[in-house]
Structures are given as structure tokens and as C-alpha cells.
Write a protein that binds this ligand. Structure first.
Ligand SMILES: Cc1cc2nc3c(=O)[nH]c(=O)nc-3n(C[C@H](O)[C@H](O)[C@H](O)COP(=O)(O)OP(=O)(O)OC[C@H]3O[C@@H](n4cnc5c(N)ncnc54)[C@H](O)[C@@H]3O)c2cc1C
Length: 296
């Protein structure tokens, strides 16, 4: 879908125009530039001051995180002070992956990490676990800075530091010594006890890339986590940076069913009605659908 004509009630796709009576738009996180453009076209007021950032993806051996992943496939999130939380845990046949984004201010590319897991399989299980640890940043003093632009700038900074190989990765052992990780920290030998799953990252010093306040909050949360799950701060544990969750600028909804215009509703991660999880995205879709049903 390329755009919407709300007055004449049709959408434009790359192939044709399609009429509608009620329209639900849920393009996910990757569609947030699209949604932002749409809000301008539809004249939907929005705020753009919140972003989930920080964030590092932590990868470690399952033995360092056992009580958490033994009983739950996707364990509950841990919430820490200063709006820091764990998020999206993967284990067993788990991998860290790289996602590419482009800014809508010139199209410069930056990268975020993410994580996923394949179904357990004794041949391919790597015995690793990964999860994100993110901080929510909200700009509150007028004039409000754009959370999206701030996050993108941090992504660009990390891409710059990674040379041709962003994102960045650093072992906890190196981080604690205040030293950057080098190739030797990742290329076998007996210094560390597992290899990274996202080998294409640039070994580096994440503390050079993360704003101090965000880094302090995240490191404090990780130390707290290590008191709950001793071992997670093993020197071999890897921190990948950045993990950034972008949401569309938050629309001013007309009601609690996420209606934005007479016949148009939004839902899902892209619209900020959920915050990066299948369950929340699903629930927000149901809520919008109920709003649509109410009008039929
Ligand atoms: C690697 C990875 C791992 C994840 N792991 C977990 C997990 O373990 N647990 C969990 O709860 N969540 C996880 N998530 C998050 C979860 O996938 C999302 O929260 C959820 O899918 C959001 O649903 P959504 O409907 O908002 O968007 P999406 O599922 O992203 O769906 C949006 C759809 O809209 C389409 N679209 C976008 N723009 C347009 C357009 N202009 N026209 C037409 N179509 C368009 C997209 O192609 C896509 O199909 C993970 C995400 C990723 C990327």
C-alpha cells in the first residue's frame, strides 16, 4: 500500500486503487516511515518523543541463564529502575541477527541487532541464549526533540564506528576492564568460552557509542540481573550494540479503539499501540477490530 485517499475512501497500491468502507492499517515497525508519511497526509496529529533504545542484546551460554529459560520459552520481562527492561529472550537454537534501516532524512543506512531462535533441534542447538535490554527514553522539555531522529543518530554513530561491519560487539570481560574488544576476543582460543552467533559484527567498545546516562542505567540493570541470575555477567558474555526499537510517532487516537479518522484505525508495533511483542500486537488488532465492529 502506498497511500490513502480518506475523502474518497480508497487506498493506492503499486498495482491499483482499492475502495474501502473501514480501513485498518498495521504496517509493523519497519513501516514506521510509511505510517509517519500517512499521518501527515491524513492530517492525524501525533507526538514523537518516545523511543526504546540503549539497548544491548546480551548473548551468553544457557548455563549462565538457566532458571529463566528452563521453565519458560519466552520468560517474563524483568523491569528495572530508570525504565530499563529485558525483552525478547531466545534460547537453545538461538541466534543474534542484524537488521538494516534507512533514515528518511537522506536514506543513510544504520543497523540494529535483534534475536530469534529456531525450533529446538539436538543437531543444531548451540547452547546459547540471547535477550535484549532496553531503556525507554522520553523527551519531555519543549520544544520536544524527535525520539526517532535521536535513535537514528545513535544508530548512525554505531554504524560509523563499525566501519564496514556494524553493529558493534564487546565481551563483558573487556567492557569491565574499560578496553575495547579485539578480533582475538572472538576468534577462538581459550580466552572465552563461546563464539558469537553474529560473527560479522565489529569488535569494539560500546561505551564509546552509548550516551552515558543510557549506558549507566543499562549496566546497573545488568548488575541487578546478575544478582537474580548469577553468571549472566560472565566475562565471555557478549553485548551487541545497538538494539533500537522504533515506533511510529504516536498518533492522537480519537478513542480507546485506536481510531484515527472517521473510517480508519491503526494497530500494532508500528503505530505504537503495542511495544514489540506478538501478544500486544495481536491484542491491539483485536481492540481496533472491535472499534470497527461498533461502527457497522
Ligand atoms: C527477529 C525478530 C524476532 C522477534 N521475536 C519475538 C519474540 O520472540 N516474541 C515476541 O513476542 N515478539 C517477537 N518479535 C516481535 C514481533 O514479531 C512483533 O512484535 C509483531 O510481529 C508485530 O506485529 P505487527 O502486526 O505490528 O507488525 P508485523 O508483524 O511487522 O506486520 C506488519 C506487516 O505489514 C506489512 N507492511 C508494512 N508496510 C506495508 C505497506 N506500506 N503496505 C502493505 N503492507 C505493509 C509488512 O510487510 C508486514 O507483513 C520479533 C521480531 C523480530 C523482527
Amino acid at each position: 500500500m502506498e497511500t490513502v485517499n480518506a475523502e474518497k475512501q480508497f487506498i493506492v497500491t503499486e498495482k491499483r486503487e482499492i475502495g474501502y468502507k473501514r480501513l485498518l492499517i498495521a504496517p509493523g515497525r519497519k513501516g514506521f516511515h510509511f505510517l509517519q508519511d500517512l499521518m501527515r497526509i491524513l492530517d492525524v496529529p501525533y507526538i514523537d518523543n518516545i523511543v526504546d533504545i540503549g539497548g544491548v542484546r546480551v548473548e551468553t551460554r544457557i548455563e549462565h541463564y538457566p532458571p529463566i529459560v528452563r521453565d519458560y520459552y519466552d520468560p517474563p520481562k524483568f523491569y528495572f529502575p530508570e525504565k530499563v527492561r529485558t525483552f525478547c529472550t531466545n534460547s537453545g537454537n538461538a541466534h543474534v541477527v542484524r537488521e538494516r534501516y534507512a533514515t528518511n532524512r537522506g536514506g543513510d543506512q544504520w543497523y540494529s541487532v535483534n534475536g530469534h531462535a529456531f525450533a529446538p533441534d539436538s543437531k543444531h542447538d548451540n547452547g546459547l541464549v540471547n535477550f535484549a535490554i532496553l531503556k525507554t527514553v522520553r523527551f519531555t522539555a519543549p520544544p520536544l526533540a524527535s525520539g526517532q531522529a535521536f535513535a537514528e543518530n545513535l544508530g548512525l554513530q554505531a554504524a560509523l564506528m563499525g566501519g564496514g561491519q556494524p553493529p558493534l560487539m564487546q565481551r563483558v570481560g573487556d567492557f569491565r576492564l574499560g578496553s575495547r574488544s579485539k578480533e582475538a576476543s572472538f576468534s577462538g582460543g581459550d580466552l572465552y568460552d563461546f563464539e558469537p552467533t553474529l560473527k560479522s559484527c565489529c569488535p569494539g567498545d560500546i561505551s564509546l557509542a552509548i550516551p552515558a546516562k543510557i549506558l549507566r542505567a543499562i549496566w546497573k540493570a545488568m548488575k541487578n540481573l546478575d544478582t537474580i541470575v548469577p553468571g549472566v555477567l560472565h566475562p565471555s558474555t557478549i553485548m551487541y550494540y545497538p538494539e533500537i526499537k522504533l515506533y511510529a510517532n504516536k498518533p492522537a487516537y480519537q478513542d480507546e479503539r485506536f481510531r484515527v479518522k472517521e473510517d480508519i484505525w491503526f494497530a500494532g508495533d508500528g503505530a505504537g499501540t503495542s511495544r514489540g511483542g506478538i501478544t500486544g500486537a495481536w491484542a491491539s488488532g483485536i481492540r481496533s477490530a472491535e472499534g470497527i465492529l461498533d461502527t457497522l
